[in-house]
Write a protein that binds this ligand. Sequence first.
Ligand code: AMP
Length: 178
Amino acid sequence: MTDNADLAALIRTIPDFPKPGILFRDITTLLLDPHGLAATVDRLVALHDGPFDLVAGIEARGFIFGAAVAQKLGAGLVLLRKRGKLPGATIAVDYALEYGEDRIEMHADALAPGCRVLLVDDLIATGGTALAAIRLLRKAGAEVAGAAFVIDLPDIGGARLIAGAGVPVGALVAFEGH
Ligand code: AMP
């Protein structure tokens, strides 16, 4: 990881959101800063060697960074959405949450088999969301050739999980703890 202390300083931490005990890493303060936003996008692009055909953004904050990264890479953008949001025919992957289950969906015709995809989200914690996204993209026939996050919480271990699934992982900022 390069020294992205300038970006880390722009990320606000809000304790006990959305529930007690969670330290919420709030990137809205990073988005408000013109240098911070531009530098984040440039450095996300620099994490992996392309070429990539598509960027896959995870709802919702992954859409913000994913769209900007895709534009810089000259790639398209595929949206990985929560249940029931996409209008066309979808494929889906269900995954376990701490309590209960969730589902991630994409349009069934969004990508050509064999295309190289870069996965983008704001933060990786347990890696459950990103792993479900990788399973979904692979189900559609994609080669997930990289995953890029603004924030990693390395003590939780999600990035190791993704690397173990065979996807090169990069992140700009690491915060200790949870
Ligand atoms: P996980 O599936 O545990 O890796 O969680 C990743 C997803 O949950 C990402 O889309 C994040 O936006 C969100 N998330 C998880 N933990 C946090 C946190 N501490 N602060 C902000 N967002 C989080």
